[in-house]
Design a protein around this ligand. Structure first.
Ligand code: SF4
Length: 379
């Protein structure tokens, strides 16, 4: 380990063909075994994600619901994204913010960002996720630091989903009051990764893959990983996610881990999913990961429709976004700039809370106080 607690050994992902062979070696008995064991290994995860598990979806759901209730109780945490900037230097084929798209772009001033945050605060949100395209010259560490200083007294938790940073930079942001970082690999399939990231810094697969480790090494309380569903085989993405989770758990056991399941949504550029993922497939993926890792937080965002999100309450997901707008400045003045993608659940925070409540669960607006973090930093 070096001074930033980075292990010498890096996480590496097997080739997708190798993951495919592992999955192809599973049969029905492996699914039975995984459903009955307390601790599921990688082979068990492969079985739960395999086509042999398709017919056992009700059993997967029941097991996932039981584990979720034991670990998280009858609660669902809520958060809202705050889009800071739609500028981006990358050309991801699937994204509305891609540099090649001719859209109205905007980066919020500090005052505008604070105003947007206070709108969310007044709607009852205490957890916010600051989101931006990857354009460090317009929105670098100093910018994020200033926003964090301005907001940290009023929010229980501030997370970011921005360009990958260096460990030292994450350390600075942690000191400023940011406690969580989401960084999705988009796809763990290197060939598809190269295809959908034709130019720009994001083309560096290895640098992105090592980012969650840099985040954890910097002392962040939480790291979020995920794959953008619709780019590659979802079963193999799930297996790769499981391997990534297990590696992070082994090396950074003090860091909370979450997984998101963004399915591709309509966006500027008109990109169509290369491998469509249905709601049924998405549920199998979530259940399998819950059975594999009992403590991981599972996020279900407003990309999904309200009908589906309501149906999933209690079965596995532990955190929902609500009342989301994906355009910078969009909470205060909806027509200011273009959005990253179209959301699927248009309900307000209160409507989402009501529906969670009616299912017998508690919508949690705050489960952490930033004061704890500052005490840790001082100690
Ligand atoms: S996915 Fe992120 S990096 Fe890629 S174009 Fe969109 S905002 Fe930029």
């Amino acid at each position: 380990m070096n001074s930033f607690n980075m292990p010498e050994e890096k996480f590496s992902i097997p080739d997708f063909d190798e993951l495919g062979w592992l999955m192809a070696s599973c049969d029905r008995s492996d699914v039975f075994r995984a459903l009955q064991s307390d601790r599921v290994d990688v082979k068990g995860l492969a079985a739960l994600l395999s086509p042999h598990a398709d017919e056992f979806l009700p059993q997967l759901a029941a097991r996932s619901a039981r584990i979720t209730s034991q670990r998280f109780g009858r609660t669902i945490q809520l958060y809202a994204p705050l889009y800071l900037s739609s500028f981006c230097t990358n050309n991801c084929l699937y994204c509305g913010f891609s540099a090649r798209n001719k859209i109205v772009r905007k980066v919020l001033t500090f005052d505008e960002a604070e105003r947007e945050a206070m709108i969310l605060h007044d709607r009852g949100f205490h957890h916010i996720l600051l989101v931006a395209g990857e354009a460090p010259a317009r929105m670098g560490v100093e910018y994020l630091e200033e926003i964090a200083f301005r907001l940290r007294e009023r929010f229980a938790a501030i997370s970011i989903e921005v360009q990958p940073l260096e460990t030292e930079e994450y350390g600075r942001l942690f000191q400023a009051g940011i406690t969580g970082v989401a960084v999705y690999q988009e796809t763990y399939d290197r060939r598809v990764y190269e295809y959908v990231h034709p130019v720009g810094k994001k083309r560096d697969f290895e640098y992105r893959l090592a980012t969650p480790a840099r985040v954890a090494a910097a002392g962040m309380r939480e790291v979020g990983i995920g794959a953008l569903l619709g780019l590659a085989d979802w079963r193999l993405e799930g297996l790769a996610l499981g391997l990534h989770l297990a590696w992070l758990r082994k090396h950074y056991w003090r860091t909370a881990l979450t997984v998101s399941f963004p399915r591709l949504r309509p966006a500027e550029g008109g990109f169509q999913p290369l491998v469509p993922v249905s709601e049924k497939m998405l549920t199998q993926l979530m259940f399998a990961l819950r059975i594999f890792d009992h403590d991981v937080g599972l996020l279900l965002s407003t990309r999904e429709e309200s009908r589906f999100r309501d149906g999933m309450v209690g079965l596995g997901p532990t955190r929902y976004s609500a009342g989301s707008c994906t355009a910078p400045g969009g909470y205060g003045e909806p027509a200011q700039s273009d959005e990253q993608f179209a959301v699927g659940d248009h309900r307000s925070m209160d409507e989402v809370c009501d529906s969670i409540f009616q299912k017998g669960f508690d919508p949690v607006r705050k489960d952490w106080d930033a004061t704890f973090q500052r005490q840790e930093s001082v100690a």
